[in-house]
Design a protein around this ligand. Structure first.
Ligand SMILES: [Zn+2]
Length: 300
């Protein structure tokens, strides 16, 4: 039975990119923090289903919630990086990006005492033309990325990207890419990875996406945010569309996660990356030459 990836982008409800124009970073300190209670609900849910998850944590949150990050790690989950303050890669210079991922890695490693191997860009913002971020991740010691969402969406998405875990050969070296899951349907790649898609689309879309992964013999990657389990979070005055995307279906999230955790098995992304590394070693011994393959060749 394939074990998929249950991933969580740990951030406060007011840090989402869609609220950027409404909630200034300078106001963050004054807003009510709700992430501890929200993550506690997720940890209880995961423990009850004996599932292990990968938490991509903002450095800003980790610095203020040290005990929470320790609790996540002690429960056997993986702690990875979501950058420092939710700045999107599309809004950063290479230097700003490097500082953000170096600082968050350092803080998370100091707290957990374990290496941080993975990164997910805020709002999947490693888009075409921003691949330099992958080189910086390699240079800063990251082993995998989970930011290339192979869909076409305004503001994000890596259209044409491979849908399954694979190695990316870059000028700085190689890095494993663990893309969020898409459902292949009528020639389209439909986002089926979680988040708003879990809340606003029928549950069957996410399930079908993961079942397709199983038929291909690869793990799928699901994601959710702590604030998606918090229907009582304070409301921010935003446009109608943003309201639907952020607040729509919040009351379904918990029961849909229960169902997902009942129907599927989940493991850590770092375990998949270790398996990918083994596959690459085997492949090199056979002289198949994964490194000589085109830049985005899958080895799974
Ligand atoms: Zn985020």
């Amino acid at each position: 039975m394939i074990a998929h990836h249950f991933t969580i982008d740990v951030e406060e409800y007011f840090q989402v990119s869609a609220f950027e124009s409404r909630v200034a970073r300078s106001a963050w300190e004054r807003l009510e923090s709700r992430v501890v209670g929200e993550v506690a609900r997720l940890l209880e849910l995961l423990a009850r289903h004996e599932a292990r998850a990968t938490f991509f944590v903002l450095g800003w949150v980790a610095e203020r919630q040290v005990e929470l990050i320790r609790t996540i790690a002690h429960a056997g989950h993986e702690v990875a990086s979501h950058g420092w303050d939710h700045a999107r890669v599309t809004h950063q210079t290479p230097l700003q990006f490097r500082e953000s991922i170096r600082r968050s890695k350092g803080v998370l490693e100091d707290i957990t005492g374990a290496p941080v191997l993975g990164f997910r860009a805020p709002s999947f913002s490693i888009v075409r033309g921003r691949e330099w971020a992958l080189d910086i991740l390699i240079e800063e010691g990251y082993r995998y990325d989970s930011s290339l969402f192979p869909v076409r969406r305004p503001g994000y998405g890596y259209a044409g990207g491979r849908p399954d875990p694979h190695w990316l050969a870059r000028p700085a070296g190689s890095i494993a890419e663990i893309p969020p899951t898409t459902l292949h349907w009528c020639g389209l790649h439909v986002p089926a990875a979680g988040g708003a898609y879990l809340r606003l689309l029928p549950y069957g879309v996410v399930r079908a996406g993961l079942r397709q992964c199983e038929r291909r013999g690869v793990p799928g990657t699901f994601y959710v945010h702590p604030w998606e389990l918090d229907p009582a979070q304070p409301r921010v005055d935003v446009s109608w569309l943003t309201r639907v995307r952020h607040y729509g279906g919040l009351r379904w999230t918990a029961q849909r996660l229960e169902r997902l955790l009942t129907e599927f098995r989940f493991t850590l992304v770092r375990d998949t990356v270790a398996a990918l590394l083994d596959a690459r070693v085997v492949d090199r011994k056979r002289s198949v030459g994964v490194y000589s393959a085109p830049a985005a060749e899958a080895v799974w």
